[in-house]
Design a binder for this molecule. Structure first.
Ligand code: GCU
Length: 329
């Protein structure tokens, strides 16, 4: 087919328009972020803050649409959606992430940190960043880490020594390290996704669970299990998970904007965490719940084989050495 000069110039104009259209379409991006926490949770609030900052910094060209409350499924399901390219971002606690890459197992070790400073040195320091960036070949990496307090047992009765767990079914996240921890302490671990725990407790499928104080109160598990026994076995951070595929599609400028907003959301969440922890404790007392002090020594002793297992694996042992080196003097 021969083109007249008129149709050639028409075609040229059309191609130009098309390119221009494509260019602005490429600049505009909407990222989907789904997670299993309620809107009242501080990590959700940190995500909202991040979405706001991203929109502002990109002058409205980048948006993050958030789907909270397990709308798109459990933590495991949203991770799978992300790996299959159906979701751009999600939240995973290190317990959820352990089954997707074993590098996250270490965070599920009980009595890992000496204090909050040690936790901060690790999670926000060099070794923490190494872990966050190490899984890109699995289709994901993590862009922000959030404080999630310490986890303890709660049930209808106090749990002050490992023997108290005998015969008790305890809800856990689907983390192999946590399952082993409960077994070593003498209980029966029962993995259930977060959104289904209330019903499981109500129906007596489990006799207790373990979590931080805000989650115990906000999920209303406290209505069924009123005794919180502070053995403080783990401090497991939550992470903002990013799809490697989506990340690679963003322009360097978009990547920069997202990275900045993600880091800022960490700081924002830390501040909110301290407030919500205090408020939740007060609320728990006002609801007639009780906090029980626990001697941690027998619990520490019971889980020692977990550390022996880690020491046998050269990769885990090297990571553990870095964690120990980050302890404040
Ligand atoms: C905490 C944590 C969540 C996690 C939940 C759970 O609330 O912040 O990320 O999903 O525990 O026990 O499943």
């Amino acid at each position: 087919m021969k083109l007249t000069s008129f149709s050639r110039s028409l075609l040229g104009a059309a191609i130009l328009t098309l390119c221009a259209g494509n260019a602005s379409a490429a600049e505009k991006v909407t990222l989907k972020l789904a997670h299993n926490l309620e809107r009242s949770h501080v990590v959700h609030k940190a995500f909202e803050q991040m979405a706001k900052e991203v929109k502002e910094l990109s002058h409205g060209n980048m948006q993050i649409r958030i789907y909270p409350s397990s709308q798109m499924g459990s933590a495991r399901e949203t991770m799978e959606l992300l790996q299959n390219g159906a979701l751009d971002m999600t939240k995973g606690s290190a317990s959820d992430l352990e089954s997707f890459d074993n590098v996250y197992a270490i965070y599920n070790l009980p009595y890992l940190f000496k204090n909050q400073q040690h936790f901060n040195n690790v999670v926000y320091g060099e070794v923490g960043k190494e872990i966050m960036n190490s899984t890109k070949d699995k289709g994901f990496f993590t862009m922000a880490a959030y404080v999630a307090g310490t986890r303890s047992f709660y049930a209808k009765k106090p749990i002050t020594k490992p023997e108290d767990l005998k015969g008790m079914k305890i809800r856990v996240q689907a983390s192999p390290t946590t399952l082993k921890m409960i077994e070593l302490m003498g209980g029966s671990p029962t993995p259930i996704s977060f959104g289904e725990v209330y019903t499981a407790m109500q129906q007596g499928v489990v006799d207790g669970a373990e979590n931080n104080v805000p989650s115990w109160v906000q999920t209303r598990h406290i209505e069924i299990a009123k005794v919180f026994s502070e053995d403080e076995h783990t401090s497991i951070p939550d992470f903002l998970v990013m799809s490697t595929k989506t990340w690679n599609k963003l322009t360097p400028e978009q990547q920069q904007i997202l990275a900045k907003a993600a880091t800022d959301s960490e700081v924002y969440e830390q501040k909110l965490w301290d407030e919500v922890d205090k408020e939740s404790r007060e609320k728990a007392i006002s609801m007639g719940a009780t906090f029980v002090k626990v001697d941690k020594a027998p619990f520490r002793a019971a889980v020692k084989p977990l550390y022996d297992d880690f020491a046998k694996d050269p990769k885990q042992a090297a990571l553990l050495a870095k964690f120990e080196a980050a302890a404040p003097q």
